[in-house]
Design a binder for this molecule. Sequence first.
Ligand code: PXP
Length: 242
Amino acid sequence: MILGVNIDHVATLREARKGVEPEPLMAATLALLGGADGITVHLREDRRHIRDRDLKLLREMVPGELNLEMAATEEMIRVALSVKPDMVTLVPEKRQELTTEGGLDLVSQKERISGAIMKLRKGGMPASLFINPSVMDVDLAKTTGADMVEIHTGRYANARGKKQKEELFKVIEAVKIAVRGGLGVNAGHGLDYFNVKAITRIEGIRGLYIGHSIVSRAVLVGMERAVREMKELVNRAARQAG
Ligand code: PXP
């Protein structure tokens, strides 16, 4: 099972100061050194975190799978065709949302999604669809010409107790039907160091795409070292000055 690490939140931190650090490209390199099989970024219409230059640099430098999450718009298709990531995951996008809130609405958007997939595949890029864990959505995804789906695990991740078991069951069913239908099957959203285990036990999943929990943990496990380095630097500089 591959692990794609979503580094959007590294760029979110950079954008908090509109400066140059932390640099997403460096985060990607360290993620790959840590064992990530690939890097995912979501280029949003409003460029609130990842910017076009990040995507271009990542394309040049990332030796693993580069997965571009994007809305199925003409502008984004143009970007994908020029940058050529290893794969594209089509996601719904709303300006006001904090993160992707649900899977694609394939009932009302099927034509648009199918059109986008056709253009991406012509450009040599496999396309994945981010969908809710429902049998209907898996069936619709099959008819769009998509190569893969990414099953939305957010509801499972946020639920507790009996409700979580029910949500897990929906994910298991959706994976089973998608695998049977010949689709590559990924999963992601809201997965963390606790809830990921049950997902890894599902047979047939090709890859997991995880961002927030990994970036959150990186901030915490890196804090002690970052402070120690600053303290040593301050002490050394003070000694030299005095
Ligand atoms: N998969 C998709 C399609 C997403 O939109 C996101 C969030 O950008 C993720 C996976 C990763 O979710 P999280 O940051 O909650 O791990």
